[in-house]
Design a protein around this ligand. Structure first.
Ligand SMILES: Cc1cc2nc3c(=O)[nH]c(=O)nc-3n(C[C@H](O)[C@H](O)[C@H](O)COP(=O)(O)OP(=O)(O)OC[C@H]3O[C@@H](n4cnc5c(N)ncnc54)[C@H](O)[C@@H]3O)c2cc1C
Length: 311
C-alpha cells in the first residue's frame, strides 16, 4: 500500500524477488509527498541512527548503480558539501564511505565542510521510472482498514497516512518547503547544505536544469495547508543571496509534510509489514528498507498470526 518512493521501491524489490505484487494507493505521482522532495541522498530527520546508517548505505549503493546504468531514471551522483561547526564526524558518517573533512570555510559560512559524493534524484523522472517496472499498474483506491486489504501479506507504505490506518500517535507531519529556480550563477555539479540552525535550514541542490533551494522543518498538524508560503520562499532565497550565491528566476515553490517518527517503523505484525515514518530521508532509505521488507516476507507466518517481529 502506497505509491510514494517507499511503496514503489518496496514493490519493485518484492517483484524482483518473485512475488506477485499489487500496489494500492490513494494518490500517485504529483499527489504524494515524495513528489515534493528535494531529493538528495542525505540521512536527515530519521531514526534510529544504527538502522538508518545501514539502510542509507545500502540505498547509496543501489542509487549509485541506477545513476550509472539508467540515466533515464533521473539519478545523478553529485559532490556535496555540508556545513560543520567542528571537525567531529557526523552521526551518519558510517553510511558515507568517501566522507572527508575540509578544513576550509563552507560557502554558507561555517568554519568546516564535510565533503562526500551522493546521488540526487529527480522525482518527476524517478517515480514514473519505478512505476513503469511494475507488472500490474497501481490501483488508485483509498483504503480505510488494513484488515480489508486482500493478499497473503500487506506491506504498509502509506507515509503519513499510516496514522489513520494504525492509530500510531508517534507519527507526525514535519512541514517542508522548497523553491525551484533557474540555475543563475549556481553550479549544477555541487550540492550545498547547512543545518546548523534547524529553524532556518539552507540547502541548494542542483537538478539537471534547475536548482532546488530549501528549506524548513516545522512539526505541523496534518491539515496544515500545503500551499507554499511566499514569505518563507523569499526568506529562503534571501539566505542564499546573503551568502553571495546568485540563483536565477523563481520557477515555482512546493510544500509537503515529512512522515516523521522517533524511529522508522519497519516491522512485521502478523500478515502486515509496516514500512513508514521515514521523515526527511525517504529517498535515502528506500532501497535498504525495501530489502529488509523482502527478508521479513520470507519469515511471514503461514497462519497470519498476530506476532510482532522486529529485526
Ligand atoms: C520539502 C521536502 C524535501 C525533502 N527532501 C528530501 C531529500 O532531499 N532526501 C530524502 O531522502 N527525502 C526528502 N524528503 C522526505 C521524503 O519526501 C519522504 O521521506 C518520502 O517522500 C516519504 O515517502 P513515502 O512513500 O513514505 O510517503 P508518500 O510519498 O507520502 O507516499 C504515501 C503513499 O501512501 C498512500 N496512502 C496514504 N494513505 C493511504 C490510504 N489510506 N489508502 C491508500 N493509500 C494511502 C498515498 O496516497 C501515497 O501514495 C523531503 C520531504 C519534503 C517535504
Amino acid at each position: 500500500m502506497g505509491a510514494g518512493v517507499i511503496g514503489l521501491t518496496t514493490a519493485v524489490v518484492l517483484q524482483r524477488a518473485g512475488h506477485h505484487v499489487q500496489v494500492i494507493a490513494a494518490a500517485r505521482g504529483e499527489g504524494t509527498t515524495s513528489a515534493v522532495a528535494a531529493a538528495l541522498w542525505y540521512p536527515f530527520q530519521a531514526n534510529p541512527p544504527d538502522r538508518v546508517n545501514a539502510w542509507s548505505r545500502s540505498s547509496l549503493d543501489e542509487l549509485t548503480r541506477i545513476a550509472r546504468e539508467h540515466p533515464e531514471a533521473g539519478v545523478d551522483v553529485l559532490t556535496c558539501r555540508e556545513a560543520a561547526v567542528d571537525p567531529a564526524l557526523p552521526w551518519w558518517a558510517p553510511s558515507a564511505p568517501d566522507l572527508s573533512l575540509e578544513p576550509t570555510p563552507h560557502p554558507l559560512g561555517a568554519p568546516y565542510s564535510f565533503r562526500f559524493t551522493a546521488p540526487r534524484i529527480e522525482p518527476a523522472l524517478y517515480l514514473p521510472w519505478l512505476d513503469a517496472q511494475l507488472a500490474s499498474p497501481v490501483r488508485v483506491e483509498r483504503v480505510v482498514s488494513l484488515d480489508a486489504v486482500e493478499g497473503d501479506v500487506v506491506v504498509n507504505c502509506t507515509g503519513l497516512g499510516a496514522r489513520a490506518l494504525t492509530g500510531d500517535a508517534e507519527l507526525v507531519g514535519v512541514y517542508g518547503q522548497v523553491a525551484i529556480t533557474e540555475p543563475g550563477d549556481i553550479s549544477l555539479d555541487v550540492a550545498l547544505g547547512d543545518e546548523r540552525n534547524e529553524s532556518a535550514l539552507v540547502y541548494i541542490i542542483p537538478r539537471r536544469r534547475e536548482i532546488v533551494i530549501g528549506g524548513c522543518a516545522v512539526p505541523s498538524p496534518d491539515d496544515r495547508p500545503l500551499t507554499p508560503d511566499p514569505e518563507r520562499t523569499d526568506a529562503m532565497l534571501q539566505r542564499v543571496r546573503a551568502a553571495g550565491l546568485n540563483p536565477g528566476n523563481l520557477l515555482r515553490s512546493r510544500a509537503g509534510l515529512r512522515p516523521y517518527r522517533s524511529a522508522v517503523r519497519l516491522e512485521r505484525e502478523g500478515r502486515v509489514i509496516h514500512n513508514y515514518g521515514h521523515g526527511g530521508a525517504g529517498y535515502t532509505l528506500a532501497w535498504g528498507c525495501a530489502a529488509e521488507v523482502s527478508e521479513l516476507m520470507r519469515a511471514a507466518p503461514r497462519d497470519g498470526g498476530g506476532a510482532t517481529h522486529r529485526t
